[in-house]
Design a protein around this ligand. Structure first.
Ligand SMILES: [Zn+2]
Ligand SMILES: [Zn+2]
Ligand SMILES: [Zn+2]
Length: 112
């Protein structure tokens, strides 16, 4: 078993409460009509943001603004979690009800 930082320890605690995803897409991108590649879920407040391969990197920006330390993937079939301050990844964080994405949510086709 790899050593976990205190932030990720909290996520594997069986008594943890589920977070509620903010929506089926990156919150800021939806508001701006932008697109994303993959989605990440903030494990502190449920903010859904786009990954670092996306043009806007809103998940990382959310961490910088909020200091919420951990995210998990919000993509189907992926259950890794990541801690920003410790730059630490865990491979299989069991999702609690509502935390896993049922499918890949992509941005609504934007008119150009
Ligand atoms: Zn940590
Ligand atoms: Zn975004
Ligand atoms: Zn957050």
């Amino acid at each position: 078993m790899d050593e976990l930082c205190p932030h990720l320890e909290k996520l594997v605690d069986p008594g943890r409460k589920p977070v509620h995803p903010s929506g089926h897409g990156c919150k800021e991108c939806l508001a701006a009509g932008d697109e994303w590649v993959h989605l990440r879920l903030c494990m502190s407040c449920g903010h859904v943001g786009c990954c670092d391969d996306s043009p806007n990197k809103h998940a990382t920006k959310h961490f910088q603004k909020s200091q919420h330390p951990t995210i998990r993937s919000y993509e189907p079939g992926e259950d890794w979690a990541y801690c920003y301050p410790d730059e630490l990844t865990v491979d299989s964080l069991r999702a609690l009800p509502g935390e896993a994405a049922a499918r890949h949510y992509s941005a609504p086709a934007a008119p150009r």
